[in-house]
Design a protein around this ligand. Structure first.
Ligand SMILES: [Zn+2]
Ligand SMILES: [Zn+2]
Length: 304
């Protein structure tokens, strides 16, 4: 997902209600919260320091490889990502080269942190750590903490301690302090307060109802109908909060437009009940026809 950030201070625009990163939609020239559908125009300047803001739309490991080869012409450089490492054999070969000491610099995506421990790593550099921090998901801090501590755990060889350098536009973000100190307990204490304040799991349970269709306006219409239907069943007593509908952060996948509604409540039985009530109503059929599909996810691991 794309977002907008400040070149100078790293400020990123967040939803005032949900505190998730606002997603940048190029066609409509607006920033949008994909949880609650909050919208705002593209700001010209940073809300924090008034500097120019730019859009972030990813960067490639390929580009990074080029830069590194230029900076270290003598080094033997290898790249581990989905393009270079398609099969298990590709991976095994890279792993063997690392073990044999035939690679000086290994460049990789998150793939590098998963699975195998690469031997002989004494220095780890995390380039643009903001990427995972700014994923529009309420768990982005937790995921970043996991990722960075995992990466940090990879460095070190025998008696030689490893060193980790993290690049970020937001060095003051609380995650980094805890990563540097390997302080899981303190990270937990801070993170859990944030979750409580904004009513996120584990204090609530969530259900995501996603409508996807190749027909953009049909997806919108159905999402509105779905909202109406759900709202009609939500009583004050049930304590259910309905967010959206809004575009999913990854709005278009495989040519299908995705709209979603989020239900949230501390009472999982109330959530189950409303799904059951709606699911048995005849109108429910319209959400899954040949032209559209409704996907229900209870406790979604990914809200993108
Ligand atoms: Zn700024
Ligand atoms: Zn929001």
């Amino acid at each position: 997902a794309n977002y907008i950030f400040c070149k100078e201070c790293g400020f990123v625009f967040h939803c005032p209600r949900c505190s998730v990163t606002l997603t940048f939609h190029e066609n409509d020239r607006l920033l949008q919260c994909h949880y609650c559908n909050f919208k705002t125009g593209i700001p010209q300047t940073c809300a924090d320091c008034s500097s120019e803001v730019i859009r972030f739309n990813g960067f490639g490991t390929q580009k990074l490889e080029g830069d590194i080869r230029q900076a270290f012409p003598q080094a033997r450089v290898a790249r581990l990502d989905r393009d270079t490492t398609r099969t298990h054999d590709d991976f095994a070969s890279l792993y063997q080269q690392m073990t044999d000491g035939d690679i000086d610099i290994m460049i990789g995506t998150q793939m590098i942190t998963k699975g195998h421990d690469f031997p002989n790593v004494t220095l780890v550099g995390v380039v643009h750590a903001d990427l995972s921090l700014n994923i529009p998901d309420f768990r982005s801090s937790e995921r970043s903490f996991q990722l960075l501590t995992q990466v940090a755990g990879r460095a070190g060889r025998g008696d030689i301690p490893g060193q980790v350098i993290i690049q970020t536009h937001n060095p003051d973000h609380y995650v980094f302090n805890f990563v540097c100190n390997h302080d899981y307990e303190e990270f937990y204490k801070t993170e859990i307060q944030f979750r409580k304040r904004l009513n996120y799991p584990p204090f609530t349970r969530m259900v995501s109802l996603e409508i996807e269709s190749e027909n953009e306006s049909l997806a919108e219409q159905l999402a509105q109908k779905l909202k109406k239907m759900l709202s009609g069943k939500i009583t004050r007593k049930s304590g259910i909060e309905l967010l959206g509908p809004s575009r999913a952060a990854l709005y278009r996948i495989n040519n299908k437009f995705r709209q979603h509604i989020i239900l949230r409540s501390s009472d999982v039985h109330a959530l189950q009940l409303i799904l059951k009530q709606c699911g048995s109503a005849p109108e429910w059929q319209q959400f899954s026809s040949g032209k559209a599909k409704l996907i229900i996810d209870v406790d979604p691991v990914n809200l993108m």
